[in-house]
Design a protein around this ligand. Structure first.
Ligand code: TMP
Length: 242
């Protein structure tokens, strides 16, 4: 661990400054929260597993030409990242109906969507991360119209890359949440993390709706064997050649 000052503590990570003003160190915690932190727990080994999964996925995404904040991992649960200003929008991409999409539309869980659905949520815990319309995002000046177009386009590209990547792992990418940041040069970088905390991942071909779940829904819905599921995702991700 570093002894540099902490600049931010989120629910799953702590960010520290480094000697380089353009670089931050992200420390991945074992803490897990759900339902806007109303449910709290610890997933033993999660910090290490999520850091390794995120590092691998960021490298795969970079290799396809999408800029990310990822630099490297000086330790198994630490990631050096480029310093960015996070855009407070949670960009969700869905391939299969689950979670809040089912709750808010009545679409049946597991319905394969005709095309990926991109949704923007406001990253604001006190408001409960509400789903926003494009016009509300513009009204709130959370991003410009041009930036929203870039976020949408990048989200679709990331989905394409991740879907193909997880297919090689025998995992079905149901949906996921990503965040973006703006660097000093005003470049938009994929930031935060991509892990079983922020994705819905189902074991391909597993018909049992509980057994197939390899992501944080195991924690949200008290399905048990959370550590095993996260470890299985890491093992499968590491098995894909870069
Ligand atoms: P949702 O169905 O609850 O809207 O979640 C969609 C995706 O976003 C799912 O993969 C889980 C992820 N997610 C987060 O990463 N953070 C959150 O705070 C929420 C609500 C969802």
């Amino acid at each position: 661990m570093t002894h540099h000052p902490q600049i931010y503590e989120g629910k799953a990570k702590i960010l520290y400054v480094t000697d380089d003003p353009d670089v931050l160190l992200a420390y991945f915690k074992d803490d897990a929260t759900a339902f806007n932190a109303q449910k709290r727990g610890t997933i033993v080994g999660k910090g290490e597993i999520n850091c390794q999964i995120a590092a691998h996925l960021f490298r795969a995404i970079e290799a396809q030409g999408i800029a990310t904040h990822y630099i490297d991992c000086p330790a198994v649960n630490e990631m050096r990242v480029k310093s960015v200003q996070i855009i407070p929008i949670e960009v969700v991409v869905r391939n299969i109906a689950a979670g809040s999409l089912c709750q808010q539309t009545g679409i049946t869980l597991g319905t394969i969507l005709p095309r990926p659905l991109v949704e923007f949520f406001y990253k604001n815990d006190s408001l409960g991360d509400p789903l926003l319309t494009r016009d509300r995002l513009l009204l709130m000046e959370l991003a410009t119209s041009a930036q929203l177009d870039i976020l949408h386009a990048k989200a679709i590209q990331v989905n394409y890359i991740l879907q193909n990547f997880f297919k090689l792992c025998g995992i079905t990418l149901v949906d996921f949440k990503i965040e973006f940041g703006v660097d000093k040069q005003q470049q938009i970088l994929l930031a935060d993390e991509i892990s079983p905390d922020s994705c819905r991942l189902w074991l391909t071909g597993e018909p049992d709706p509980n057994l197939r779940v390899l992501d944080k829904d195991r924690f949200r819905r008290d399905l048990g064997n959370i550590e095993d599921a996260y470890q299985q995702v890491l093992t499968r991700v590491l098995g894909v050649r870069e």
